[in-house]
Design a protein around this ligand. Structure first.
Ligand code: URA
Length: 248
């Protein structure tokens, strides 16, 4: 099950300091309370007290004199999107949405898109800058998919996927493609065109029966069950930020 969370807080309300620390990876809220009680946490240069709330957008929070380094008002979730859920915040047809699977507050948005019938890893965040970088083609972040296809692909089909496939919106960029099993292809692309993997596989004669996203840049998670989510760890967030910094 996903971690429990308080869903009642509005985006602009000051946040409890222990929640801020827990969110950026200092441990459970209990552990963070202990840090505060030990006098190791300061807010804007003053030793923090238990129960203190901070204005997450402007407060400078340090632990043992080191700034915590991540804006505490920003949240980052990784969801294992199940089939039958749309990747939007609101659906005019009232179908279940990915946003409905994560906490309501603060309000987050999906980073890119997976089709209704695609499963796998999806990031959701309220960090607009990171979203832009992860989705803009110029940053070229790799996305890895496993596709179960209708029949066993030939070497020629795999080569075509690697070299580029002519689609109705132009040639695809070179991709990584390998056979995982008889009818299972691992395909890594760094573009984000609509239904791209499905169209690429169909174009080489192997329509997709099932599609799962297994990696976003450095981010993988084989433990997360469909429909479950968790917050990114500080290390995962730093790696993602690093990837988009490197691709500039
Ligand atoms: N490519 C697809 O065809 N569908 C997705 O959901 C993602 C990539």
């Amino acid at each position: 099950m996903p971690p429990s969370t308080e869903n009642t807080q509005s985006a602009d309300e000051p946040l409890r300091l222990q929640k801020v620390l827990a969110r950026v990876g200092f441990g459970s809220r209990r552990v963070c309370d202990d840090l505060i009680a030990a006098g190791r946490v300061k807010v804007d240069g003053e030793v923090a007290v238990l129960g203190q709330r901070v204005d997450a957008e402007i407060a400078v929070v340090t632990v043992d004199g080191m700034p915590i380094g991540v804006r505490p008002d920003l949240v980052y979730y990784v969801l294992n999107k199940p089939i039958g859920v749309v990747t939007t915040a609101d659906d005019p047809q009232d179908r279940p949405t990915v946003v409905g699977l994560v906490p309501d507050e603060p309000r987050v948005f999906p980073v890119g898109r997976l089709d209704f019938d695609t499963e796998g890893l999806l990031l959701l965040t309220n960090d607009g800058e990171l979203t832009h970088r992860l989705t803009h083609p110029s940053f070229g972040v790799e996305k890895e998919y496993v596709a179960v296809v209708e029949s066993e692909p030939s070497r020629a089909a795999l080569r075509q996927l690697r070299e580029g496939v002519e689609l109705d919106d132009g040639m695809t960029a070179p991709a990584k493609a390998s056979l995982v099993d008889d009818r299972m292809i691992r395909l890594t692309i760094h573009e984000g065109r609509n239904r791209q993997v499905r169209r690429m596989c169909a174009a080489v004669g192997h329509p997709v029966e099932r599609l799962i996203r297994t990696r976003i840049g450095p981010l993988v998670d084989r433990q997360l069950s469909p429909g479950d989510w968790r917050e990114l760890t500080v290390d995962e967030l730093r790696s993602l930020q690093q990837v988009v910094a490197d691709h500039r």
